[in-house]
Design a protein around this ligand. Structure first.
Ligand code: PMP
Length: 449
């Protein structure tokens, strides 16, 4: 590794960072993370902390799973690359597709289309949902409906259904025909409705109204996260997703469950939709599929969708795919990662430790007035919404959020600051003591606000 001065200088000179201002690397250099073990990361100064972010909601197995690392290394020597475009395939891809399909069989998923990440998986679901309707003789069904606060990646399709202006405004005009419903967000919503079940009803009604307004025969799909992650960990009422499913069915609209965060155990069950007793038509996945050890995603299709493509004429050709779709090394990572995820029953630990984290955060909110809302309680995804005035719910200023974030890091935990939210999604292998470390570090962080 080059020395520290080289790394700092060239980070500012050559490397542009996602979701960061390229002019800021000099004034506010990012932390250089040099190593990781278990659930801990170490920076270039030798400071080691619990990674309460799990990379980016992805390192479900923690950083030290040798089985996954060995599977990747071995595959690099056996066959480092071959494409799965029409005409060829490779053994690890076939094995991985089998593993993924079995993993989500109880969600009704029957076919697997590999991608290179979450944005690709979303794009795949959006594009194939249009083709599905075209194949069924309804080519007018092209529009998409999604939730405000939803996050669906950064491709043009994903950004168009994204429900957070921050990720849209610089790249407009986006895809036409995308419409957004209010989020299941009792703390702030246009109805001033604080009861989650009542709010769910109101959003379902808004969905019905939007369908009536647009015309059901123009709408291809509803895309939603079962629990909204990047938008601030918004956990809807348990009635919400089943109601949305029923409305979709009644109007011939496909339901795409964006499980990029919630899939593979993070929500306390193997998928987020299963948590709410819903079977989607398509699922977009990534992150936990390889625990971040290799960039892979997958778009999954139910039997209902598969049947239409497979029984069709030449128009059913999937004119869509990525050079790295079904990459053999990524596929080897998937098979090993899913086998480990199942062996360790990670969803159980996510549920148990998730409750511990959520309860601890609620106790912190009794002590620190800057915490306006505490969210989570369903697996290892939690969020704090920070305010300078609880009664007025005034969002906390960025400088104070950063101070809390940095002081928490100094005290032993990396958390994620996103707008005026602090988000947490640690590895699903985390122990009781390590959750306590996160809570103690946050307490110290707030004390320095
Ligand atoms: N969908 C959801 C629900 C996500 O949380 C994310 C990423 N956080 C994406 C899609 C995009 O995934 P990626 O960053 O791997 O492209």
């Amino acid at each position: 590794m080059k020395d520290e001065n080289f790394l700092k200088e060239h980070n500012a000179r050559q490397l542009w960072h996602p979701m960061a201002h390229p002019g800021e690397a000099q004034a506010h250099p990012p932390r250089i993370i040099t190593g990781a073990e278990g659930v801990n990361i170490t920076d270039i100064d030798g400071h080691s902390v619990v990674d309460a972010v799990g990379g980016l909601w992805c390192v479900n197995l923690g950083y030290s799973n040798d089985l996954v690392k060995e599977a990747i290394a071995k595959q690099l020597y056996d066959l480092p690359y071959y494409s799965a475009f029409a005409g060829t395939t490779n053994p690890p891809a076939i094995e991985a597709a089998h593993a993924v399909q079995e993993f989500f069989a109880d969600d009704g998923m029957e076919r697997v289309f590999f991608t290179s990440g979450g944005s690709d998986s979303v794009e795949t679901c959006l594009r194939l949902s249009r083709q599905y309707h075209r194949l069924r003789g309804e080519p007018t069904r092209t529009k998409f409906i999604s939730l405000k606060k939803g996050y669906h990646g950064t491709h043009f399709g994903g950004a168009s259904v994204n429900g957070n202006n921050r990720f849209r405004v610089n790249y407009e005009p986006l895809l036409p025909g995308c419409f957004h419903l209010p989020a299941p967000y009792p703390y702030r919503n246009p109805f001033n409705e604080t009861d989650p079940a009542q709010l769910a009803q109101l959003i379902a009604q808004a969905f019905e109204d939007e369908i009536a307004f647009q015309g059901a025969n123009t709408i291809a799909a509803l895309i939603m996260e079962p629990i909204l992650g990047a938008g601030g960990v918004l956990v809807p009422d348990q009635s919400f997703m089943p109601m949305m499913r029923e409305i979709c069915d009644r109007h011939g609209i496909l339901l795409i469950s964006d499980e990029v965060i919630t899939g593979f155990g993070r929500s306390g069950d193997w998928s987020g939709a299963r948590h709410w007793g819903v079977k989607p038509d398509m699922m977009s996945t990534a992150k936990g599929i390889t625990s971040g050890y290799f960039p892979v995603g997958a778009a999954l299709m139910s039997g209902k969708v598969a049947e239409v493509f497979e029984g069709s004429t030449a128009d059913g050709t999937i004119s869509h795919g990525y050079t790295y779709s079904a990459h053999p090394v990524g596929a080897a990572a998937v098979t090993a990662c899913l086998s480990e995820t199942l062996r360790l029953n990670l969803h159980d630990n996510a549920a148990e430790r998730g409750t511990q984290l959520y309860d601890g955060l609620r106790r912190l909110s009794e002590k620190h007035d800057l915490i306006g809302d505490v969210r989570g309680g369903h697996g290892l995804m939690s969020g704090l919404e920070l305010v300078s005035d609880r009664a007025k719910k005034t969002p906390l200023d960025a400088a104070t959020v950063k101070r809390i974030h940095d002081a928490t890091y100094d005290a032993g935990a990396m958390v994620r600051a996103s707008g005026h939210n602090i988000l947490m999604s640690p590895p699903l292998t985390i122990s009781e003591a390590e959750i306590d470390t996160i809570l103690t570090a946050l307490d110290a962080g707030f004390a320095k606000a």
